[in-house]
Ligand binder design. Structure first.
Ligand code: AMP
Length: 423
């Protein structure tokens, strides 16, 4: 299959060509023709499969073919994403794929002032990319009107539900016309996702590119057993010895991300970190520095790293294993993208063996163990139990709250969420 035979307009094919894509990925080959027919889609696809182009390409085609009147604050397409980073990336993709079409796009997400977003919205918008919380704030303030939405996309639906956005999503959907095309993408299909899909989609076409909780075959996974206190030393050793130039490293906590990034920097490996305590601007800068090669290592927590799109990332290191096994799949999905080879290495200390078993059980594999001479495990580490899941009293489904005026302080909420879950 080639892009040329899918029925996309010349203007779009030109943009695709400029991106350097030669053939559609599996999700694109399946999704594009169905979406062009105007059908609803339920897509099982993780990031890294090319799913963004899979829905953005046909959407920009459809709305540029069917001319509609552009109105202030009233989009024809709404794309909902769980995080600001993902919203930003989808927004960039809309710009890239719709480069030769005269479409107006806007992005609204928390962490940046409402004012600039309102000014942009007033200039008219065809495609709106948004996180559910900030979108609802705009809807409540009447700076966004959803009554003209023709196409709705829920990207990473499982993540949005995990983050407790279900009420915000349902409220915003009430403001949209029932007569619309709806596309839902999710890496996993929990009961909650299926329930949401049942209420939103009409006779959807099912598309699945990778089985649930599986990892791309292009990713070579392994573990390295190591004493907890020697992890940083081992990581430095591996980066230097193998001359890794772009490594995404995951920690469980913001504190550890800061500490590790500083430690790497001090040992001569340029590193930066990205987590929920960083402002939107700082996160964007860190990501840009990593992408353009100014820093070799990006240390990230799970929430901050969701949906990060870094082309051709060759190495992901789990400095600490995630407490939620499915987060492992999301973490290492940053490498081995669009057919490229990638390597995922987990540094596992004694206390993490239970987490390791859970991940192996989920993926139905046993990871090969790599031994690095000089770093063999000496004695069982002192017990430092790993906290599993949120602290007592944490109610993810009540997140986020709003004040009396109905406005939310998203940053504070974000912090609370991370603090509880990834302490
Ligand atoms: P996504 O799953 O949408 O996050 O995309 C993952 C990566 O694959 C992005 O860096 C895209 O630029 C890239 N990509 C998307 N479609 C293709 C394609 N047809 N050929 C090569 N790379 C692609």
């Amino acid at each position: 299959m080639s892009f040329d035979t899918m029925g996309l307009s010349q203007a779009i094919l030109r943009a695709v060509q400029e991106k350097g894509y030669k053939t559609p990925t599996s999700i694109q080959a399946q999704a594009i023709p169905i979406i062009l027919q105007g059908k609803d889609v339920m897509g099982g696809a993780q990031t890294g499969t090319g799913k963004t182009a899979g829905f953005v390409l046909p959407i920009v085609h459809l709305i540029s073919e069917k001319k509609g009147k552009r109105k202030a604050g009233s989009p024809r397409v709404l794309i909902l994403t769980p995080t600001r980073e993902l919203a930003d990336q989808v927004y960039e993709s809309v710009g890239a794929y719709g480069k030769y079409l005269h479409l107006k796009r806007c992005a609204v997400f928390g962490g940046v002032p409402m004012r600039a977003q309102i000014t942009n919205l007033r200039k008219g918008v065809d495609i709106l990319v948004a996180t559910p919380g900030r979108l609802l704030d705009h809807v409540n303030r009447k700076t966004i009107d959803l009554s003209a939405v023709e196409i709705l996309v829920l990207d990473e639906a499982d993540r949005m539900l995990d983050m407790g956005f279900i009420h915000d999503i349902r409220k915003t959907i009430e403001c949209m016309p029932k007569e619309r095309q709806t596309l839902l993408f999710s890496a996993t299909f929990s009961k909650e996702v299926q329930k949401l899909a049942e209420t939103l989609l009409r006779n959807p076409e099912m598309i699945e590119v990778a089985q649930r909780n599986t990892v791309a075959e292009t990713i070579q996974q392994s573990i390295c057993l190591v004493d907890r206190k020697r992890k940083a030393e081992l990581l430095t050793h591996l980066i230097n010895k193998n001359n890794w130039n772009q490594v995404l490293v995951f920690t469980r906590t913001k504190h550890m991300a800061d500490q590790l990034s500083q430690l790497l920097d001090e040992s001569g490996i340029q590193a930066t970190e990205i987590h929920g305590d960083k402002t939107q601007g700082a996160r964007k800068r860190a990501l840009a520095q990593f992408k353009n090669g100014h820093v070799r290592v990006l240390v990230a927590t799970d929430v901050a790293a969701r949906g990060l799109d870094i082309e051709q990332l060759s190495h992901v290191v789990n400095f600490e294993l995630p407490t939620v096994a499915s987060d492992y799949v999301h973490r290492i999905g940053r490498t081995g993208r669009a057919g490229n080879q990638g390597e995922a290495l987990s540094l596992v200390c004694n206390d993490e063996r239970r987490l390791l078993r859970e991940i192996e059980r989920l993926l139905k594999i046993t990871f090969p163990t790599v031994t690095v001479p000089g770093f063999e495990v000496t004695a069982p580490a002192r017990k430092q139990p790993v906290r599993k899941g949120p602290k007592k009293g944490f109610r993810p489904h009540s997140y986020p709250k709003r004040d009396a005026s109905g406005t939310r302080k998203e940053r504070t909420q974000d912090k609370r969420y991370e603090k509880q879950r990834y302490r």
